[in-house]
Structure formats: structure tokens, C-alpha cells
Design a protein around this ligand. Sequence first.
Ligand SMILES: [Zn+2]
Ligand SMILES: [Zn+2]
Ligand SMILES: [Zn+2]
Length: 266
Amino acid sequence: MDYSMSPPPYEASSYFPLQIGMRPSSPPGVPFHAYHVSLPSGPPPGLVRVERPAPSPICRLTNSEISLFGDIALYFDHPYDLNGHPVVVDLTCTICADCTLEMPANESALRPGLGPDPVVESMVEPLAVLPCGHMFGSRCLDTWLSSKDVSGEVPTCPQCRFELYHPARNCGHYLAPKQYSPQLSRSDQIPWTIPEGGSVPGECEACVRAQTDYQIERLEELLFPQVGFENYRSDDDERLVQGARLMFARNVEIMRHEVRERTLRW
Ligand SMILES: [Zn+2]
Ligand SMILES: [Zn+2]
Ligand SMILES: [Zn+2]
């Protein structure tokens, strides 16, 4: 006999007690009140309830989850995860495996009861970031880089051996780490790292400045010559002045661009 087509023995609503807008119903024949009163409030006899600590609402990121600056930079200005839980970044320097990396000041507000401890504070080091995205205690990184300098080796990232030079076909100068200051926002101090889509510019800041100064001097010579145009201007002179004006406008535009891009430069 095929039961699948048989009508249910009681009202269909009993099968779907949690339909939206409906009150949960009791099993057939049991009054609603009696059903809910008789639910057990404790564990069944013979079972031992295991007491677990309530899960912490604070999301703590440590070295096992984080190796790149880009993974934590987002939390510096907004230290909350997608569920709105506070995010605490708790990283140790991977060179000495000992000192704690300094994070934004809002961190301490998220650690009630863990006020500044002079012993702990002395173990905190400013965060130094490299273009490859790796980060270290700044003192440990300085020691590492100066040991490379003394032995005449190429300065590299201690973790991935990224070479800290501007491209050799350009200026080829040393590429200094950037130190993170918790008082400033990220965009005021750390350029985009390579894993975040950043890049290493051809020229270092000093070379760009030197080139800009040179261009300004040349322009001054052209626009304000020591001798020449007061008494007589030939067509050639006019063309020279015209060319100088165009060059000046172009270089001013380049300088403005440099200022805008300043924070993206390593
Ligand atoms: Zn260290
Ligand atoms: Zn690296
Ligand atoms: Zn340079």
C-alpha cells in the first residue's frame, strides 16, 4: 500500500511549527501550555555538562595568521572585523622572536586591565615595513641591515630576501624601510606594499628632488636670462621664450604630480 498519498492524520500546520508568523505548535493531542512546561531544563541524567569558556568577542590576530603588512593595515583605521568584533593585532618580531610590534594606540583601549606595563613596554618596538610587505621590529631590522652593510652584502628582507634597491637601470640607490607611527594614519606614512599592488619607483626621493632642482635652475636661466632680451628680440628668441614657458608648465605639472604621489613612494 502506498502511504505517500495518504492525508496526514492531523492538521498540516503541526508539521511546520516554525513557519513565519505562526506560533510553534505542540504535538497533536498535547495542550500547548503542557508541552512547553514539560521541556527539560537541565541535562539528561547520566550526562555531564562540560563547562566551556564563552568564546571571546575579540578577534586576536597573531603571527600564525599574519605575515604581511597589508593584512593588518585595514584594521589600523577601523579595528573591527566583519561581525563588528574588535580586532587586536598582536605580533612579535620575526627576527628576534621576542619583541612585540607597536600597534595603533586604540589597541590599549581594547585590552581592559592590560594597562601600560613598564617591563612589557620596553619590549615593544616600532613597526618597520618593507616594500615586499614583511614587517619587523625597527631596531632588529636596523641591526640586520647594518650587519649586511658591514659585511658588504646586498641589503635584503630577512624573510623573503627581497633586495632593497631601486631598479639598477634607474638610480639603483638603497631602498629604506618605512617606520610605522601609530599616531599617524597609514596613508600619511607607508606606501602600498607590492602584495597590495604597490611598486618600487625607479628613482629614490633624493634623486627625484635633485632632478627637480636641476630642472628649476635650467628654467630660471631660460626665463630670466642675465643678458639678452631687453633691447632686442629676434624670432629665435621668441621661440626660445615660448619653449621655456611650455617646459616650465610641464615641469610644474610633474612637480605637482610628485607631491600628490609622495606617499606612494618608497
Ligand atoms: Zn625584534
Ligand atoms: Zn620580505
Ligand atoms: Zn636615487
